[in-house]
Design a protein around this ligand. Structure first.
Ligand code: IDC
Length: 353
């Protein structure tokens, strides 16, 4: 028998601590991020729509807040894991991926490129513990019926691939416009939603509304016959009317129509900046009071007011305050506030609007 010599106590303690550090998760690091950790995909789990509220897997009402990509194929450099992790650290728990079908380098022209970029964006957002909105970004094509068959092909592919993934929401048409009627949107939704639901049986689906997502009247009168759907409303500080927006949304909620603000934008090059900013403040406060989820437009450094990152910055993650635009700073401040979703549901129960 070999003669075992015991190591001195201090050496045994050091070795034990070293071994523990190797096997234990980095507790200190996770704790440093605080209780907000819970508001990500891993904390909320599978979502559903109950009444007018988006709810976590345990049935509690929640709010998603985040940022949209710019055109996916135009600014793919911002869909990396470090970029999206930075958004998560600012407090975002959702990332919207805008896939333009009909514009340059869009899905119709470059299906493979868009598909691959989309998969990458989805994987990176999920890895950063965020929900992902897959957005079929109708805009210049005006009427979603125009490329309905391509939309069905697109959504089938994503829903089939991610059928088990609780982190994905499907936005079937950004901003129907021009002469697109609610009947057109309804016809489109009735064809596209079943394609998604065949695979992702009860995934949350967001449906665009007429006139660039500013009209909820038709949905109030004639809601779509599907569970787990929400209707989108868009707000831009330079062109939207806050009072009108609030009254549209209030009316929708009062009639049991769930709303998701899947785009809002802040334009600072405006002659009426003070008034626009005040209205935007009011609008966002209103969304928080009513527990409505929101997404800001957009994550890029394009030289335009709505951009999150300054055009002077070439950084792809970890942006400092100076590297953000005024819009970017405003978004981060809003994300950091993170009002408690349960406070909003309480206000709603009490009939506050
Ligand atoms: C804008 C982009 C701009 C791009 C244009 C392409 O910011 O760089 O050239 O699209 O069509 C929306 C749309 C969104 C727009 C945005 C700002 O959903 O695609 O992005 N906007 O104009 N609705 C209202 C404003």
């Amino acid at each position: 028998m070999r003669n075992k010599r015991r190591r001195p106590l201090y050496k045994r303690t050091v070795l034990l601590l070293a071994a523990l550090l190797l096997v234990l998760p980095p507790v200190a690091c996770m704790a440093a991020e605080g209780p907000e950790e819970k508001d990500g995909l891993s904390g909320y789990g599978k979502l559903s729509v109950q009444g007018t509220r988006l709810c976590a897997e345990d049935g509690s009402p929640i709010v998603l807040r985040g940022i949209s990509s710019h055109g996916l194929a135009w600014f793919p450099e911002y869909i990396s894991y470090p970029s999206l992790k930075t958004l998560r650290e600012y407090g975002a728990n959702v990332f919207r991926v805008a896939v333009y079908p009909a514009q340059n380098d869009g899905y119709l022209e470059e299906p493979e490129l868009n598909r691959k970029l989309l998969y990458a964006a989805i994987e990176n957002a999920l890895a950063a513990d965020m929900y992902v909105i897959v957005d079929w970004h109708v805009l210049q094509d005006k009427n979603p019926l125009k490329h309905k068959d391509k939309a069905k092909e697109f959504f089938k592919d994503i829903a089939e691939r991610y059928r088990q993934e609780p982190g994905i929401l499907y936005e079937i048409c950004n901003e129907p416009n021009g002469s697109t009627s609610y009947a057109d949107i309804k016809q489109y939704a009735k064809e596209v939603i079943p394609v998604i639901r065949k695979y992702a049986a009860d995934a949350v689906v967001l449906v665009g509304t007429p006139k660039f997502c500013t009209t909820l009247e038709d949905a109030i009168k004639d809601p779509l016959p599907f569970e787990n759907i929400m209707y989108t409303y868009h707000y831009y500080s330079d062109v939207s009317d806050c009072r009108y927006a609030r009254s549209q949304i209030t009316k929708a909620l009062d009639n049991g129509i769930p709303v998701f603000a899947s785009e809002w934008g802040y334009k600072v090059e405006s002659k009426t900046l003070n008034r626009d900013t005040e209205s935007l403040d009011l609008f966002l406060d209103f969304l928080e009071e009513r527990g409505i989820s929101w997404v800001n437009w957009a994550l890029s450094n394009k030289k335009e007011s709505y951009s999150f990152i300054s055009s002077k910055s070439k950084a792809l993650s970890g942006w400092t305050e100076e590297e953000l635009t005024p819009s970017g700073k405003y978004v981060v401040a809003r994300l950091k506030e993170r009002p408690d979703a349960s406070a909003a549901s309480k206000a709603q129960e009490e009939g506050y609007s």
